[in-house]
Design a protein around this ligand. Structure first.
Ligand SMILES: Nc1ncnc2c1ncn2[C@@H]1O[C@H](COP(=O)(O)OP(=O)(O)OP(=O)(O)O)[C@@H](O)[C@H]1O
Length: 452
């Protein structure tokens, strides 16, 4: 299919000559003599690019451009201008024109500009596609009322510029929520920068956040841009904010209030252009009471609070998450997708999931590697998730000791003792029950135990 170019000009001679040149170059050409006709032709012919004369009677080029951009924001528009009309050119740029062609038109320049615009559009489309894919990959799986409520909160908060504090236990998906907010924010094309306050030594955190000049402190051998600069135009996600020291908290508050900051060792003040999202798995109210977290900073960060509930409070999501992770793993390893038997799934929906979604994700990875069958059964679920499978004791020491024995009888007896004690412990000291389980008599056990 040939790319379609819409030429909009009130001068028939310009249209004729451009039409001739572009048709010879393999473009499909459509024309319009004024802005109104152009808007109609865009709707009826869906051109790939518009060449638009800036000076036209009636609706002029700038007004037509504004209308086009309002209804077709991704359609590239190249303005055709008279020589030296700088003011109109500036206004057209502000209104979203892709480029300019100056009259008298040069054929080579026209073709080059059209191709640039078409390539740019293709790139933009690719970006949009990749972004959609990223959103899908990062999307919060789950249909429980808790997750639906969370989605609602994310969608309300995302398009604002307010600070957001995300709370929730480890592994509940706080980072994922922050990424989703960024993707649906007003700045999705901007960077999403993460800094984990707990993972960075206290004396490095300030320079990581604000950057430093060469020589600002011992070891600062080169200038370094901080995360506030790197996140410009995008979102800065401060994970585990509860671990930030009081002195860094003070600097952070100052920066957020003034919307400016300085690199360490610099005199120049930089303007801050970031959306700040923070997260914490600590109870910040308690931290404030203990004097470890500044209340004024908390209010600054907590303009919109979002709580991510633990997995045990949204067990309905477990089957969906299991299916989601198993699909993801199958895709990654190009192997057939595994499923969980009903009994196996039942076991998992009963577990308390202290490590939340991360723990579930890790278990699915482990099972998909360890289990050969396509259906993962109840017996494949390991301890401690499966109460019917014993949690084996730490036998390493005993193991070594048994293997240092030379005589088989001696090793057998030693093993027997360990085994009996272990089984009796498992039955909370109930010798009768342990004997039954082991298939021996009560007397036999008693004798053995009295020997030890
Ligand atoms: N609802 C969900 N759907 C799909 N994957 C999820 C979901 N929630 C969490 N995950 C996955 O679980 C893992 C842990 O999530 P994430 O890192 O966002 O949690 P977190 O709360 O930020 O953890 P931490 O407090 O330890 O930093 C990630 O691999 C993430 O992709």
């Amino acid at each position: 299919m040939y790319p379609a170019v819409l030429i909009v000009d009130d001068e028939a001679t310009i249209i004729d000559s451009l039409e001739g040149i572009l048709s010879d170059d393999g473009f499909e050409v459509i024309h319009a003599f004024n802005g109104y006709e152009a808007l109609k032709k865009i709707d009826s012919h869906s051109p790939d690019i518009v060449l638009l004369d800036i000076w036209m009677p009636g609706m002029d080029g700038i007004d037509t451009l504004k209308e086009i951009k309002q209804h077709h924001p991704s359609l590239p528009v190249v303005m055709i201008t008279g020589h030296g009309s700088i003011e109109s050119a500036v206004e057209a740029t502000k209104s979203g024109a892709f480029d300019f062609l100056e009259k008298p038109l040069s054929i080579d320049k026209v073709i080059l500009t059209i191709n640039n615009a078409l390539n740019f559009r293709k790139l933009e489309e690719e970006n949009r596609y990749l972004r959609k894919k990223a959103i899908k990959k990062n999307s919060i799986t789950g249909t429980s009322p808790a997750v639906r409520k969370l989605y609602g909160e994310i969608m309300t908060a995302a398009p604002t510029e307010s600070s957001i504090l995300i709370t929730g236990e480890n592994g509940t998906g706080k980072e994922m929520v922050a990424r989703t907010i960024h993707q649906f924010s007003r700045r999705p094309e901007g960077p999403f920068i993460i800094i984990n306050c707990a993972a960075i030594p206290e004396d490095h955190l300030e320079s990581e956040l604000f950057g430093h000049e060469k020589g600002a402190f011992e070891g600062a051998t080169a200038k370094n841009r901080g995360k506030f600069e790197l996140a410009a135009g995008g979102t800065l996600f401060l994970d585990e904010i509860g671990d930030m020291s009081i002195s860094t908290q003070a600097k952070m508050l100052r920066a957020l209030e003034s919307k400016t900051f300085q690199r360490i060792g610099a005199s120049r003040t930089l303007h801050m252009n970031v959306r700040v999202i923070t997260s914490s798995n600590k109870d910040l109210d308690a931290e404030i009471k203990e004097g470890r977290f500044r209340e004024d900073l908390f209010f600054r960060l907590n303009v919109i609070p979002i709580h991510v509930p633990p997995l045990r409070e949204r067990r309905d999501d477990i089957p969906i998450l299991v299916d989601f992770f198993l699909s993801q793993l199958a895709e990654k390893s190009s192997a057939p997708k595994k499923t969980l038997s009903e009994e196996a799934l039942k076991l998992l929906t009963q577990w308390h999931w202290k490590g939340n979604v991360r723990e579930l994700k890790n278990l699915m990875e482990r099972l998909s590697i360890m289990v050969e069958n396509d259906v993962i059964g109840k017996n494949d679920i390991p301890a401690p998730y499966n109460p019917e499978i014993d949690n084996l004791p730490e036998i390493d020491d005993g193991h070594t000791r048994l293997f240092t024995m030379e005589k088989l009888d001696q090793a057998k007896a030693a093993f027997e003792m360990e085994f009996i004690h272990f089984r009796v412990d498992r039955m909370n000291g109930d010798l009768q029950a342990a004997a039954k389980q082991m298939g021996t008599s009560l007397n036999f056990i008693k004798k053995r135990i009295s020997k030890s």
